[in-house]
Ligand binder design. Structure first.
Ligand SMILES: Cc1ncc(COP(=O)(O)O)c(C=O)c1O
Length: 463
């Protein structure tokens, strides 16, 4: 049968890809022009056999794939893909369940309900939190801030869903100076422009302090949302959440925490002190596709005010019939109406790791980040720019003479071209840096050592 043949072929191709994952070049080998030539051409005039489509797609795409699931990909903050989660994703595609209403997939609804409970428990969040399964932390930030906007304006006597923002009481938003750009993007979609946002000073690691926040809140009137951060995208640093919650509660402000990857520190006995106070947040956002190693895309939002969450997201129409037993209706908690049932993969990841497995994954990545930093520090012309408190390492070339920014950029290019590992670049406090993020379940000490050697080779060429 054509369908089964295509799936069997995909399974063979997937097995080959996984077997080669640790050895294939980490970055793509094909050029843009080669990829366009291999994948392009006119729309076929007539149907093509599904197995042939899969074969040709894999052949043409593979040289353009980045081995993000491999053990030496340290770019951005990109988790790998746990075996149980990948397999659950395949079934999700075969089952093809829209996670919109219970009636469209009772299993998808109950899996979200169960996974939501596990996550709240694992991350130490208030038991009454409502949870949304979204595409990523950007949309998790959006969902949380939509709930914040609803609730603060409701308290001020304004129905933002009905009356919009024109003429509404003014909402103030305070963020740390090192806020992630997705928070700004989320606020923009909610009618709060970047020039309307107040930035509170951050320290040398990117942490917003309670004093800076206090001063910023004291300078504004009216309802306020404060966006704090657990895990700076460059340094991995955490805002002091408990002290920040003291300030926000004094000002009756909504506290939102962007914890795209840092929130997972809550699952580790050794690291959870970093997120002390998270249970006092009104909302928080994270990704499953980063540190939980669920395949893309998968983000999570937790809101301590379910009514505000539902009011900001929920829609009704005559044909969208809700079930009488009042089960979870997945579309009440997310911005989309129709979407893939991404709860299955989150459920599979959590079930396969268990509580200790998530803690081990987080601890192991942090141990490997420290190992990276320790090895690189031994090289005289390398500086580590951040305190390695989590899984992020910022590396800068500091030659005895010459332009350190240019040397850092050149070293990064060499590392990327050599293909042993892949890191991205960034700027930190006006300095170019190479950015290492250890977020993959399959990375070993040997992978770190091989990658550190490649970075040191690249740096020596600049010295
Ligand atoms: C702190 C922080 N917030 C938000 C995001 C956005 O996450 P996503 O791209 O998964 O939507 C990121 C991504 O790296 C991040 O590091």
């Amino acid at each position: 049968m054509a369908e089964q043949d295509a799936l069997a072929r995909a399974l063979d191709l997937a097995r080959d890809y996984i077997a080669a994952r640790a050895d294939r070049p980490v970055w793509a080998t094909a050029t843009l022009r080669e990829l366009r030539a291999a994948l392009g051409g006119p729309l076929p005039a007539a149907p093509i056999d599904p197995t042939d489509v899969i074969d040709a797609l894999a052949r043409a795409a593979e040289p353009g794939l980045v081995t993000t699931t491999g053990p030496r990909y340290f770019g951005f903050v990109t988790g790998g893909a746990l075996p149980a989660a990948v397999a659950a994703e395949w079934l999700t595609a075969v089952w093809d369940q829209p996670a919109s209403l219970y009636v469209m997939s009772p299993a998808a609804s109950v899996v979200e309900e169960v996974a939501a409970g596990w996550l709240i428990d694992l991350l130490g969040l208030p038991a009454a939190c409502s949870v949304g399964f979204v595409t990523g932390c950007h949309m998790a930030n959006f969902t949380a801030l939509a709930a914040a906007r609803h609730e603060l304006l409701r308290r001020a006597g304004w129905d933002v869903e009905a009356d919009g923002l024109q003429g509404a009481p003014r909402l103030r938003v305070i963020v740390g100076d090192e806020v992630h750009v997705s928070v700004i993007g989320a606020l923009r979609m909610l009618g709060i422009g970047s020039r309307q946002i107040v930035r509170a000073a951050a320290d040398d690691q990117g942490r917003m302090g309670p004093d800076a926040l206090e001063a910023a809140l004291a300078a504004v009137d009216g309802p306020a949302i404060v966006c704090a951060q657990a895990g700076n995208v460059n340094t991995g640093a955490f805002d002091p959440l408990d002290a920040i919650a003291d300030v926000t509660s004094r000002h009756a402000a909504w506290l939102h925490v962007d914890g795209a990857f840092g929130l997972w520190a809550a699952a580790s006995g050794a690291l959870k002190h970093h997120v002390h106070g998270i249970e006092r947040a009104d909302s928080c956002a994270t990704d499953a596709h980063k540190w939980l190693n669920v395949p893309y895309d998968s983000g999570l939002v937790f809101i301590a005010h379910p009514e505000a969450h539902r009011a900001a997201m929920s829609l009704s129409a005559a044909y969208l019939v809700r079930s009488p037993e009042e089960p979870r209706e997945p579309m009440d908690w997310v911005p989309e109406s129709s979407r893939r049932a991404r709860g299955f993969a989150v459920y599979a990841a959590l079930r396969s790791l268990g509580r200790s497995g998530v803690a081990d994954l987080v601890d192991r990545c942090c141990h490997l980040a420290r190992r990276f930093a320790d090895r690189l520090r031994q090289e005289p012309s390398i500086r580590i720019l951040n305190d390695v408190v989590l899984n992020q390492v910022l590396v800068r070339v500091a030659p005895e003479a010459g332009d350190a920014d240019a040397a850092t950029r050149a070293a990064l290019r060499f590392v990327q071209e050599e293909g042993v590992c892949w890191l991205g670049g960034s700027r930190w406090h006006g300095m170019d840096a190479m950015r290492i993020s250890v977020s993959n379940w399959s990375t070993t000490e040997e992978d770190v050592d091989r990658s550190a050697d490649s970075i040191i080779r690249a740096v020596r060429r600049q010295a």
